[in-house]
Design a protein around this ligand. Structure first.
Ligand SMILES: [Zn+2]
Length: 75
């Protein structure tokens, strides 16, 4: 079991440029307004294929692994 399953996100990587972004950043989860706009543009043009929100990279990796085994085990 994860010891930090309910921890608030404090930092993650900007979906656009992969820089580390702190949760205190006003443009979180993006590092800047520019990256936010670029990302929104990708969504609008259907460039994205991933439907799950990006969370803490380490936590996300863990979730992806467990989901591959238990994807239909909810509810
Ligand atoms: Zn960025």
């Amino acid at each position: 079991m994860s010891k930090a399953s309910n921890t608030k996100i404090k930092a993650l990587r900007c979906p656009t440029c992969r820089n580390i972004v702190l949760a205190s950043n006003e443009d979180f989860p993006f590092c800047s307004d520019r990256c936010r706009r670029i990302d929104l543009g990708k969504w609008a043009s259907g460039d994205y294929k991933v439907s799950t929100p990006v969370q803490d990279p380490d936590l996300l990796e863990e979730l992806v692994r467990s989901h591959k085994h238990n994807s239909q085990n909810e509810e």
